[in-house]
Design a protein around this ligand. Structure first.
Ligand SMILES: [Mg+2]
Length: 230
């Protein structure tokens, strides 16, 4: 069978381009605590990683009886964005990887467009992606549904089988697979270093599980150079 060439690399944002998850989880747990729901960072991580605010609201309503209102969200966003402005860092090596990537690329994230743009701006990555930034707010169903990745690939004019997704969350890996795309699971973010998270990613059978972002070039180049699929 002929090898499938990569014509588009779709990056998730949180935990793949920016090391945002420890900040997001800490802000979320504090906001929930203030609303009367006690949840550990581990539990929040397990239940909400890679999911949109809409999905998170549904889970909190169904499982914890907490109705999230606009004021709660607005307050949480304000705190999160303030922390991002001071503390958010890019994933190590990512800028160099993107500068050297010889394949078109875009971002597809569960976050709101303003949050994606803020994250990429404060970490100096925005010029690598603008205007190819896709948010779950643009589709009906967030990850783990395939909608967002299919929307991104359609906008970029590349068929699903020629796309490679880089993801750090189980929901994202499931979404990429449901979209019929190859998926590389990145386990190098600060939140992903534990064996439990790594095992959760591995159990979803990604095409590759890797820890150093700089290795991405080698994987994509290998596939392009020797004609073998990833
Ligand atoms: Mg992520």
């Amino acid at each position: 069978m002929a090898a499938t060439a990569t014509e588009l690399v779709i990056f998730d944002c949180d935990g793949v381009l920016v090391d945002s998850e420890p900040i997001s989880i800490a802000v979320l747990v504090a906001a929930l605590q203030a609303a009367g729901v006690t949840m550990s960072e581990d539990e929040a991580h397990e239940r909400f990683l890679g999911k949109s605010l809409k999905t998170m609201s549904e889970i909190l309503h169904e499982d914890y009886g907490l109705a999230i209102d606009d004021r709660f969200l607005e307050e949480m966003r304000k705190r999160l964005y303030a922390r991002f402005r001071t503390d958010l860092r890019p994933i190590e090596g990512i800028r160099d990887v993107i500068d050297r990537l010889a394949v078109p690329h875009c971002v597809a994230s569960s976050s709101q467009p303003e949050r994606i743009r803020l994250s990429l701006s404060v970490t100096g990555l925005i010029d690598c992606f603008e205007p190819n930034i896709f948010s779950a707010s643009m589709v009906a169903h967030g990850k783990p549904a395939p909608d967002l990745f299919l929307h991104a690939s359609a906008c970029m004019g590349v068929a699903a089988e020629h796309c490679v997704v880089v993801e750090d969350s189980p929901a994202g890996i499931q979404a990429a697979k449901a979209a019929g795309m190859r998926v590389l699971a990145f386990a190098g973010g600060s939140h992903a270093r534990g064996a439990r998270h790594r095992d959760a990613l591995a159990s979803l059978d990604p095409d590759l599980l890797f820890d150093d972002m700089r290795d991405l070039l080698q994987f994509v180049a290998k596939e392009k150079g020797d004609g073998k699929p990833l």
